[in-house]
Design a protein around this ligand. Structure first.
Ligand SMILES: CCCCCCCCCCCCCCCC(=O)SCCNC(=O)CCNC(=O)[C@H](O)C(C)(C)COP(=O)(O)OP(=O)(O)OC[C@H]1O[C@@H](n2cnc3c(N)ncnc32)[C@H](O)[C@@H]1OP(=O)(O)O
Length: 225
């Protein structure tokens, strides 16, 4: 397939910023497959010890794939990656794929499994824990038509090493609001073991803070005025 055979990506997947929070589903379309394949490559590269020849051939193949996708490049507001709210992982591969099982106005519950790509050493990398918390807390903070808000801080407590290749439970809670400040809480468990917990602050954006953020147009700025 080349660039001329596809009209626009929006015709196919219609990503929008309407509501960044809905339970994820096990969708199985081509973009979901593409993201899953990329995750598989990240994991395989991390786990491997290829010969120089195999590494070189693989690198050429990956560069060739990047060049082919460059034919479909669009601006950030048009891209699909990161905006597929229906998919675990939103169609991006920076943050581990978070499956959201239950979502209410002020609570969310999900599951995540982390492989060696996100490993520190035989346990989840300490920088990945905030990524997962930011993912679930930010989506809850910005759901249900609430005006857009950005993370001001995330205070993470690491209570126990987070094991790899097993399912971890993640919970988020909307703890309260004070003016533009939204207070969020979260926790991560492996079985009965508390792996980490977090307190986060989100600040509702003022209209002038949304000027270069086209996703906020029509929601935060208007409701906030
Ligand atoms: C565009 C929207 C994106 C939405 C996304 C979609 C959702 C789907 C998510 C998918 C998952 C990935 C989501 C990634 C989401 C990010 O990662 S956002 C990126 C990371 N965050 C940032 O880049 C924010 C950078 N910081 C800023 O832009 C500004 O500092 C802020 C946060 C907007 C606040 O600035 P400000 O509006 O000038 O705040 P200001 O008026 O000084 O303070 C307001 C109040 O907050 C308090 N405050 C402010 N900062 C702090 C702080 N750090 N500590 C304590 N108190 C503070 C002030 O003391 C003040 O309190 P009061 O006096 O009212 O009691």
């Amino acid at each position: 397939m080349d660039a001329t055979t596809v009209s626009t990506t929006d015709d196919i997947w219609s990503p929008s910023w309407d509501d960044p929070f809905e339970p994820t589903t096990d969708r199985d379309d081509e973009f979901a497959e593409l993201t899953d394949a990329l995750r598989a490559v990240q994991e395989a590269v991390t786990r491997s010890r290829p010969t120089p020849d195999a590494a070189g051939r693989t690198a050429r193949t990956l560069r060739d794939l990047a060049a082919r996708l460059a034919a479909f490049e669009v601006g950030e507001d048009e891209q699909i990656s990161g905006r597929r709210w229906d998919l675990a992982g939103r169609g991006q591969t920076l943050t581990p794929a978070l499956h959201l099982d239950e979502v209410t106005d002020n609570r969310a519950r999900g599951r995540v499994l982390v492989g060696r790509f996100h490993s520190g050493r035989y346990a989840m990398n300490g920088g990945v824990t905030p990524l997962i918390f930011d993912e679930i807390l930010a989506r809850l903070a910005n759901s249900c038509g609430r005006p857009w808000a950005r993370t001001a801080y995330l205070h993470v407590n690491y209570r126990a090493p987070a094991p790899l290749d097993v399912e971890l439970r993640v919970e988020a809670e909307f703890a309260g609001q004070d003016g533009r400040k939204r207070f969020m809480r979260g926790a991560m468990h492996h079985g009965d073991v508390l792996v980490a917990d977090v307190e986060g602050l989100w600040i509702e954006l003022k209209p002038e803070q949304t000027q270069n953020v086209s996703l906020a147009v029509g929601r935060g700025a208007e409701e906030n005025s």
